[in-house]
Design a protein around this ligand. Structure first.
Ligand SMILES: [Mg+2]
Length: 201
């Protein structure tokens, strides 16, 4: 089986890191939950959208290596690899942030993968099977070209795009259960990597 993974907010969780950095910058205190969207919503509500945009570049660029994988993500990926499945990461992100220092966001993400998606010095996903496309359209085109049997992503708009190949089994990763009302026969909702693993087999 060929399994494709999205990267940001599917393999990597930024909840703790955004909260930590917002605290470092004295933008939030402990009354804001340890959650990326909670930090974003608070900064937006207090008219600091620019700071939020800048913080994203800083997190995905300068501080990327501190981000952690979702619980069980690395273990499940390792098991799938050991079971002989073909694995790809197909993601989209801009090369540089919209605001602030021009960090190379693709390089930072690849460095994270090299460090975390590794088992005793061996990459769990080969470099040539990792794609960071610039746009959502390019990402969908890449998924279509990849011959994946399965794809998991945290964004419904990716999985529901008209061009998304219908032969691919689609999993929506929804750890905070934002999409429980999305009742579509074509998409399976999973709230954890353990659940994803169970439903795959
Ligand atoms: Mg994502």
């Amino acid at each position: 089986m060929h399994i494709g993974f999205d990267f940001d907010n599917t393999i990597v969780s930024y909840d703790a890191l955004f909260h930590k950095i917002a605290k470092e910058q004295a933008l939030v205190d402990d009354s804001i939950s340890v959650n990326k969207l909670a930090v974003r919503d608070y900064l937006r509500a207090t008219d600091r959208e620019d700071l939020w945009t800048k913080m994203q570049g800083y997190v995905y660029g300068a501080r990327m290596q501190e981000a952690q994988a979702y619980p069980n993500a690395l273990e499940v990926i390792k098991k799938l690899k050991n079971a002989g499945h073909t694995l790809s990461i197909i993601s989209h992100k801009t090369r540089h942030p919209y605001l602030g220092k021009p960090y190379d966001l693709h390089a930072a993400a690849r460095k994270w993968i090299e460090h975390y998606l590794c088992d005793q010095g061996v990459a769990l996903i080969a470099e040539e099977d990792i794609y960071f496309e610039i746009t959502k359209e390019d990402k969908i085109a890449r998924i279509a070209k990849s011959n994946c049997d399965v794809f998991i992503d945290d964004l419904p708009e990716i999985l529901l795009t008209l061009q998304f190949p219908t032969k691919i089994r689609r999993f929506l990763f929804d750890p905070d259960q934002h999409h429980v009302n999305l009742n579509l026969p074509t998409i399976k909702l999973v709230s954890s990597w353990a659940m994803f693993e169970n439903l795959l087999t």
